[in-house]
Design a protein around this ligand. Structure first.
Ligand code: NZQ
Ligand code: ZN
Length: 388
């Protein structure tokens, strides 16, 4: 454990199949006007909307509707949300949905009392908020992003073909999040699988870096094993509460900053995936899956010992009598087999990417420095071509 760091998590969690009732404990802490943020209507179909509205009314709140947050929320929608918040002087932004609603709420929260353009300030110039921040809370309906317990906010700009994330500080993280695994039962299977791969890749992004003996890596291996185990059960039986609850809890811990402590971290699969997303608007977890194997094959020689450890500790590969490279390759093969078994998308062409887009996607890919190999632009292009 060679890194220097501090650790604090600002979000209070309520977990379990009775967790929604704790909204009653939290609501009195905030003012009257609640911006109720949700997506395309799934919460109306599965009854979550009615249950929340009842609690809000019982607590004497004034509900300000903000519906239609799309997957991969856009800068146009963000501007709409900021206006709703300003016009109604809202006291709390309550996001009910997946990562998109929660990310969007955070972006609104830092922009309501800010005169500058939110996209330019936070997603182009990466400035920190200097204005009053409207508190955010989340009722999570999809496990994957970890947005319920982190400061991340990813916004897409279709006009400029950019999808950019800003990781805000403690003061922007949800004040509280409610995690009821049963709320995820109505997710379409493809979304559940995309979420599972997103979780797994968040762990990989923090695991594949550094050469020191690091407690964070042992935590990461345990989480990966749990995700693999539960995913296989959930794919067979999406209503297995135990598996879905483990997936939901793993998602939170995969990206609430804990397992990245003391590490430089990679995050290149996400940079590639986000650039693909900027061009295709495809489901986040699937964009990651489709670029992962070509990327990991490329960087494996530079982090060989960690890839060997991944094979042995996560996938139970028997290393006896084999070279480091053989073991590492078997680990990536096991990863591929699992990806195929749960049914993620393995090609960016299946997500709408075309050979003509490759140069543009490469331009939209931020190249980060924290992993085992700093890619050149040519290598970015190579990974993308191999992912087609
Ligand atoms: O809009 P509705 O009708 O709610 O439908 C959603 C949406 O179509 C549906 N859904 C969610 N819960 C459901 C449900 N349908 C039925 N029953 C339920 N219980 O699922 C679809 C996808 O939802 P979305 O919120 O877009 O998915 P996800 O949670 O994967 O969020 C994706 C966004 O998060 C960003 C991604 O880039 C993407 O923009 N990320 C945020 C991160 C963070 N904050 O740290 C990190 C991640 O790496 C990621 O980049
Ligand atoms: Zn992700």
């Amino acid at each position: 454990m060679l890194g220097n760091f501090s650790y604090h998590n600002a979000t209070k969690l309520y977990f379990g199949d009775d967790s929604l009732k704790y909204l009653n404990d939290e609501l009195p802490k905030y003012g009257k006007n609640i911006q109720l943020i949700y997506g395309g209507g799934s919460i109306k179909r599965n009854g979550i909307y009615d249950a929340i509205v009842e609690i809000l009314k019982a607590n004497g709140k004034n509900i300000v509707e903000d519906a239609g947050v799309m997957p991969n929320p856009t800068v146009d929608k963000l501007r709409e949300g900021i206006k709703i918040a300003r016009d109604n002087k809202v006291d709390l932004l309550l996001a009910v949905g997946g990562g998109s609603c929660c990310d969007y709420a955070k972006a609104v929260s830092v922009s309501v009392h800010c005169d500058e353009d939110a996209w330019e300030k936070y997603f182009i110039r990466f400035e920190e908020p200097t204005c009053e921040i409207v508190p955010v809370a989340c009722v999570l309906t999809m496990a994957g992003t970890g947005s319920e317990m982190n400061g991340g906010s990813v916004i897409t700009n279709h006009a400029t073909k950019q999808k950019i994330g800003h990781v805000f500080g403690d003061n922007v993280m949800p004040k509280f999040s409610i995690l009821n695994p049963k709320f995820t039962f109505s997710l379409p299977k493809r979304q559940m699988i995309a979420g599972i791969y997103d979780i797994f890749n968040h762990i990989c992004e923090q695991y594949f870096s550094g050469n020191d003996d690091n407690t964070s890596d042992y935590l990461a291996e345990g989480l990966m094993r749990s995700v693999i185990h539960s995913s296989l059960i959930a794919v067979e039986n999406p209503e297995d509460y135990e598996a879905r609850s483990n997936i939901m809890w793993s998602a939170t811990w995969a990206l609430n900053t804990l397992i990245g402590r003391g590490k430089t971290q990679d995050w290149m699969v996400h940079m590639l995936g986000q650039a693909v997303g900027a061009y295709t608007d495809a489901t986040h977890g699937m964009t990651l899956a489709a670029v992962s194997l070509p990327y990991y094959k490329m960087i494996m020689p530079y982090g060989l010992q960690k890839f060997k450890r991944f094979a042995v500790n996560v996938w139970n590969v028997n290393a006896e009598g084999k070279s480091d490279e053989e073991v590492a390759n078997e680990g990536l093969k096991a990863l591929e087999n699992w990806m195929r078994k749960i049914g993620v998308t393995m090609k960016i062409s299946e997500l709408g990417a075309t050979p003509e887009m490759i140069e543009g996607i490469a331009d939209a890919t931020f190249i980060l420095q924290g992993g085992y190999k700093v890619l050149t632009r040519d290598e970015v292009v190579k990974v993308l071509k191999e992912s087609l």
